[in-house]
Design a protein. Structure first.
Length: 97
């Protein structure tokens, strides 16, 4: 679980990132979860955008992604979700305590 200070730090780091995944009409599935999990291992922090044709609520999509990937939800803002998961082999970010 992330503290407020850690979330603030991660939000500042994620500000300049572009979304690398999109959730569309088909919603979230296991394959997408696996791909996002692999990307999190490589990057630790990423954005996922929710397209307008997505039939699920953005908070529901965020919950599903967190459940599938084991990542921490940093923020849901507009149609963008920011996820963080500490990398086991490719650690890049040092969170404040």
């Amino acid at each position: 679980m992330l503290t407020g200070k850690q979330k603030r730090f991660l939000r500042s780091k994620a500000h300049h990132l572009n979304p690398i995944f999109q959730v569309g009409k088909s919603g979230v599935n296991e394959n997408m979860g696996l791909q996002i999990e692999e990307a999190l291992e490589a990057r630790e922090l990423l954005k996922v955008s929710i397209l307008q044709n997505c039939e699920e609520d953005k908070d529901e999509v965020a919950e599903k992604l967190v459940a599938l990937t084991g990542a921490d939800l940093v923020q849901v803002i507009g149609h963008t979700i920011v996820l963080y998961k500490e990398s086991r082999e490719n650690k890049q970010l040092v969170l404040p305590s």
